[in-house]
Design a protein around this ligand. Structure first.
Ligand code: ADP
Ligand code: MG
Length: 719
């Protein structure tokens, strides 16, 4: 069947869609009934374990330390009984290697006992696993013969069950470390960074009279954006199913300019899909809260209520898996890539971040009168200082081939890292910058909508700014530059580490200035605010981040504008980064180097596969389609503008493809990942862009029934 007939078939299939499949009855299985039913949570553990065992487990969860072997045995046995009753036959240590994906190694509970088989699960098997680590990337940390890597149960993240069609699996979240104790994953530094942040924050809180704050945890609420396309059309696009994004495609007649998609009515099939994602997430105790249409056609968002960073991370990884898995049931494919389609908005993963504890609350909550809240202002100042010093590595930690299409590519947010404080807090920090003291805060107050039938409402003290990569949003910071396909672990442990380091700096400054005299705290803080803002206030920007004037202004302020991945990655091992990670005991220089190396490698892998597809599709699908059309026009005895245009584009396509081939050969021959990445950025991508430009023009001319690929129109609008 020719490509065009396949397209027609796919479209007919979509057009004849009826009601989406019904998976559950929400009146019989209410959210309350199912919430957390597949999680071996603390309250379930408490019910099954002897009191003393439970107490020692809870103690490790809340205060750290190692689990006693006999305790582990009892916990494992209870966990196994619970899991088997829920249909589990296997257990899996789930870990988070440097690929950013989730990895799992399954083992059966069952072991032969004579002629029978018996379910066994020891404390050792629960706490520690040993997958063959040699096939996971380590960025040169480890030679392949040193394959030993251990997965170690992270007791702070509960075990859960994943149901499959023919049986369930007990999943145990773990950290993954090498025999030499180097982190081979994203969870290990995340856990370490949370400890450092707690330690430094607790130290600083003493200045504000808080001596027993409990565990001060980083908190995270990630907003996931994604696209949905029909699975039939998806499978007619080799670029989508191998690279997750289109490398060809002319602009559709209707883009997002109508602004009718954002918060629009959710289509039936999509809503059914979302409901099932939520249903499965609720069973896993993932507190999904928000669902809505996003700006681009075919784009959506899902967001949970925030949780402790570590748990939020594990849950976010699960949400990405659920989105992909469940979409299939509805004949859809969830695209998590940052820029699946040129010309319409890309997808991000806004990462909301704060810190606090049940005892002291949210440390980034300014309260009613921020100017009087010295504790809050001190913590906010720590964030400002951290983001200014580490602006480069913040950019580097969200760098990837996919995210380059958003950051620094005329799209939100810009590659320049800056902080938006909003009117109220911005006003307070202006005062602090001028004199170290603030005497007023702008009020939110009552808002009268001026419609007689509507009630008055409370108005926020500041408006929103959607163009800032790092924004204060009332009681948390929102890191908006994170890409939709990213694991949030990297951005999280980076934020935790740099803010912990900044808090340490402030605590040491106060130690020096006050010498233990509480009466000297206020003047010491005044001095701190003035000095800190004189030096780091440049990172605060409350204007439009998309404008060209900001590029100029930022350059004047000396802010970095690292456009592409290769340009930003050296920041991972910049001295300021290495020093902060070392001081906070989160990652060593070698571990950072390995991560930088790996990012170059994965960048080059992306460029390699995307450019290969561009070449293949260009040569074997697009060029032939153009030639066929030229032949048809000529056979009909036609000449004139269309024939001329198609001929000239087809003629130009050949050398463009040849050039891409040549650049790819040079890239293939290169041995150094960093140089390859730079070459990919400066040579291969422009060669791909050139091919695409010609091909997209051809798409607008060649007879539709000869065109091999589903169009943007079809991909974005058929649902
Ligand atoms: P937005 O401000 O983006 O419109 P919300 O205010 O609802 O939306 O919050 C977005 C995300 O921020 C949600 O996941 C929410 O749970 C999370 N969030 C709220 N408070 C905190 C906090 N203290 N720490 C981390 N995330 C938070
Ligand atoms: Mg938001």
């Amino acid at each position: 069947m020719s490509g065009n007939a396949s397209r027609r078939n796919a479209i007919e299939g979509i057009a004849s869609l009826t009601t989406p499949p019904v998976s559950f009855d929400p009146t019989k299985e209410t959210v309350e009934d199912i919430y957390g039913s597949n999680v071996f949570s603390l309250d379930k553990i408490q019910k099954t374990l002897p009191k003393s065992v439970f107490k020692s487990l809870k103690n490790v969860i809340e205060n750290g330390g190692e689990l006693d072997e006999t305790v582990a045995d009892v916990v494992a046995s209870a966990m196994k009984d619970w899991a088997i009753a829920k249909g589990a036959t296997h257990y899996a240590h789930v870990f988070y290697p440097l690929t950013g994906l989730t990895a799992e190694k399954h083992d059966s509970f069952y072991e032969p006992q004579g002629s029978k088989t018996l379910a066994v699960f020891t404390g050792k098997a629960l706490v520690q696993g040993e997958p063959d680590a040699s096939s996971f990337p380590s960025g040169g940390l480890r030679a392949t013969f040193e394959a030993r890597g251990y997965t170690i149960w992270d007791v702070t993240s509960p075990a859960y069950i994943i149901e499959g069609v023919n049986g369930a699996t007990l999943c145990i979240p773990t950290a993954f470390v090498s025999w030499k104790k180097e982190a081979l994953d994203k969870k290990t530094p995340l856990l370490k960074s949370m400890q450092s942040l707690h330690k430094q924050a607790a130290r600083l809180l003493k200045y504000f009279g808080v001596t027993d704050p409990g565990f001060l945890a980083a908190t995270a609420g990630p907003e996931q954006e994604y696209f949905l396309v029909d699975s039939r059309l998806y499978h007619l696009r080799p670029d989508l199913y191998t690279c997750g994004r289109t490398v060809f495609g002319a602009k559709p007649a209707r883009g997002q300019e109508f602004e009718d998609q954002y918060f629009g009515t959710i289509p039936d099939r999509v809503l059914a899909f979302m409901s099932e994602v939520e249903h499965e997430a609720f069973k896993l105790g993932i507190p999904l809260k928000t669902r809505h249409n996003e700006v681009a056609p075919g784009q959506y968002e899902v967001a949970p209520i925030f949780e402790t960073a570590n748990v939020a991370h594990d849950h976010q990884q699960l949400v990405m898996i659920l989105l992909k898995k469940i979409a299939r049931k509805y004949g859809l494919v969830a695209l998590l890539a940052e820029k699946p389609f040129a010309g319409v908005n890309g997808s991000g993963k806004h990462l909301n971040w704060s810190l606090g504890s049940p005892k002291v609350g949210n440390l980034l909550d300014p309260g009613e009168e921020p100017h009087k809240n010295l504790q809050f202002l001190t913590f906010a100042a720590a964030v400002i200082r951290a983001v200014d010093i580490h602006q480069g590595v913040l950019r580097a930690f969200v760098a990837s081939a996919g995210n380059d299409h958003r950051l620094g590519a005329n799209e939100a947010p810009p590659a320049i890292i800056s902080i938006y404080l909003g009117e109220q807090l911005g006003g307070v920090f202006d005062q602090l910058k001028a004199s170290g003291k603030a005497t007023t805060s702008k009020k939110g107050g009552i808002f009268d909508p001026n419609v007689p039938t509507l009630p008055e409402i409370l108005r926020d003290a500041g408006d929103r700014n959607r163009t800032s990569p790092f924004a204060f949003t009332g009681n948390k910071f929102e890191f908006r530059a994170v890409g939709s396909a990213f694991s949030i672990a990297g951005p999280l442990f980076l934020l935790n580490t740099i803010v912990a380091d900044s808090i340490q700096f402030i605590a040491e400054f106060l130690d020096k200035e006050t010498k233990g005299d509480p009466k000297k705290l206020e003047p010491a803080l005044q001095k701190l605010f003035k000095e800190l803002l004189a030096k780091h206030g440049r990172i605060i920007f409350n204007g439009n981040g998309y404008g060209d004037d900001w590029q100029e202004e930022a350059a004047k302020r000396g802010l970095l504008n690292l456009k592409g991945t290769p340009e930003s990655l050296p920041q991972v091992t910049a001295k300021s980064t290495v020093d902060a990670f070392k001081r906070q005991g989160v990652l060593s220089k070698e571990e950072l180097e390995s991560r930088e190396e790996l990012s170059y490698e994965s960048y080059v892998h992306s460029i390699r596969s995307e450019s290969k597809l561009t070449l293949e599709i260009g040569r074997t699908q697009i060029y032939p389609a153009a030639v066929r059309y030229i032949t048809e026009l000529k056979a009909a005895g036609l000449d004139g503008a269309i024939l001329e245009k198609v001929t000239s584009l087809a003629t130009a396509l050949v050398p463009a493809l040849e050039d891409l081939d040549t650049q790819r050969e040079i890239l293939k021959a290169g041995a150094n990942a960093k140089k390859n990445a730079e070459f990919g950025y400066t040579k291969v991508i422009p060669a791909m862009d050139k091919v695409r430009e010609i091909a997209d023009s051809l798409e607008e001319l060649v007879a539709d029934d000869l065109w091999p690929l589903p169009s943007y129109q079809e991909l974005l609008y058929l649902r």
